[in-house]
Ligand binder design. Structure first.
Ligand SMILES: [Zn+2]
Length: 75
């Protein structure tokens, strides 16, 4: 099992832009690697909601599924 991506482990490299309680949007300030594809990601959306709907992204995005949340990494 790959390690769970924890924003607190990367707090110095991430800037929080939005927090609704169930979703958080983080900006990657220091070129952290996406756990799904190993390329640096642009933004990270973390959602604890069961249903999620997104606008069409500009480019590739990667999804990581945990038991209790969904992580979407945009590139
Ligand atoms: Zn990726």
């Amino acid at each position: 099992m790959p390690e769970r991506f924890d924003v607190h482990d990367h707090r110095h490299a991430l800037k929080l832009h939005k927090d609704t309680g169930q979703t958080q949007l983080w900006e990657n300030k220091k070129g952290l690697d996406c756990p799904a594809c190993d390329d640096a990601f642009a933004d990270l959306l973390i959602s604890e909601k069961r249903h999620n709907s997104f606008n069409r992204p500009d480019g590739r995005f990667c999804v990581v599924r945990d038991e209790d949340r969904l992580l979407v990494f945009t590139h």
